[in-house]
Design a protein around this ligand. Structure first.
Ligand code: GUN
Length: 280
C-alpha cells in the first residue's frame, strides 16, 4: 500500500474549509495565520509560499511579515509581542531557521502558547509530554494521521524514529508513546542504525540523508513514513530508498506526495483550533 499523503491532506483541508465556512456565516470572523519570515533562505520561501496558498484555499486569512537577514532580535521580539496582543491574529508562526544573531529559544518562548500553531513553545512541548491537551507540531501530527491510514490500533507496536529534533523526532516519540507503542529514537550517534530499523513495525525516517533506509533495513509487513526531502541528481527523494523498499512493506509514504502535504494541512488544522480556542 502506498499511503497517498496528497489525497489525505486534501480530505483534511476540505473538512477544515467546511468548518471555517460554517463559523464564518455564524460569526462573520475567519482565522488568521501570521508568518514571520527572516532572510531569503530558498526552502523557507517555498514552505511559506505553500503555507500561504493553502491557508487562502481553506478560508484562513494569512499574512507574511518579512525581515531582512540583518534584522535584530529585539525587533522580532517586539513584533511577536504585538501579534500576541492582536485579537485578529489566531496563529503565529516564525519560520525556521533564523539567522545567528537571533536566539531561537527566546523567540519561541515569547509566542503566546495559545497562538503557537507549530506547537514549539515549552508549554505545548510539556503538555504533550505529560499527556495533557496541547498544540501538536504539524509534521509528527501529519505522520501519525498517515500511520493510522495503514493501521488503526498501534498498541504494542515497535516504533523506531530516526532523528531526535525538536521539530519532529522528539514530538513523534511522544505521540507514538501516547498510542501505546514501544518507542526507540535513533539518531546520527546510534551504534548500529540498521539493526534498530530492522526491528521496527513502524519506521519514521527523519534523518535528512537521501535514501538512507534500504531494503535490508526494513522489516517485512512494516509501515514506513518518510519525512525526508532531499535533492539527489536534481530529483527530490526521501530518506528511504522507495523503489527498493516498497514491495517488502505493508505501507509506505512517497516523496513527494506523502508527509509534506499532510504537514501543511495539519498547520491549517492547528490554526483553526487556535481560532476556536480564542472565541470563548
Ligand atoms: N522550518 C522547517 N520546518 C518548519 C516548521 O514546521 N515550522 C517552522 N516554524 N519552521 C520550519
Amino acid at each position: 500500500m502506498i499511503i497517498d499523503g496528497k489525497r489525505e491532506a486534501k480530505v483534511l483541508r476540505d473538512q477544515i474549509k467546511k468548518e471555517i465556512s460554517v463559523l464564518k456565516s455564524k460569526l462573520s470572523k475567519i482565522p488568521n495565520l501570521t508568518v514571520i519570515l527572516v532572510g531569503k533562505f530558498v526552502p523557507s520561501e517555498i514552505y511559506v509560499k505553500n503555507k500561504v496558498k493553502m491557508s487562502e484555499e481553506v478560508g484562513i486569512n494569512s499574512k507574511v511579515i518579512r525581515y531582512p537577514e540583518s534584522v535584530s532580535e529585539e525587533e522580532v521580539l517586539k513584533k511577536i509581542e504585538e501579534l500576541n496582543r492582536d485579537t485578529d491574529v489566531s496563529g503565529i508562526l516564525v519560520q525556521l531557521p533564523l539567522p545567528k544573531q537571533i536566539n531561537k529559544e527566546k523567540i519561541i518562548n515569547l509566542i503566546d502558547p495559545t497562538k503557537d500553531v507549530d506547537g514549539f513553545h515549552p508549554i505545548n512541548v510539556g503538555n504533550l509530554a505529560s499527556g495533557s491537551k496541547s498544540i501538536i507540531p504539524c509534521t509528527p501530527l501529519g505522520c501519525l494521521k498517515l500511520i493510522k491510514k495503514a493501521e488503526k490500533n498501534l498498541e504494542g507496536k515497535h516504533a523506531v524514529i530516526i532523528g531526535r529534533s525538536n521539530l519532529n523526532g522528539k514530538p513523534m516519540a511522544q505521540l507514538l508513546l501516547r498510542e501505546n507503542c514501544t518507542v526507540t529514537v535513533a539518531h546520527s550517534k546510534t551504534n548500529d542504525l540498521r539493526d534498530e530499523c530492522v526491528k521496527a513495525d513502524i519506521l519514521v525516517a527523519a534523518a535528512g540523508v537521501p535514501q538512507l533506509v534500504k531494503k535490508d533495513w526494513v522489516k517485512e509487513n512494516s509501515i514506513i513514513i518518510d519525512v525526508g526531502i532531499n535533492k539527489l541528481d536534481n530529483k527530490i527523494v526521501g530518506d528511504v530508498h522507495f523503489d527498493g523498499v516498497k514491495d517488502k512493506v505493508k505501507a509506505i509514504t512517497p516523496v513527494p506526495g506523502g508527509v509534506g502535504p499532510m504537514t501543511i494541512a495539519c498547520l491549517l488544522k492547528n490554526t483553526l483550533e487556535c481560532f476556536k480556542a480564542h472565541l470563548t
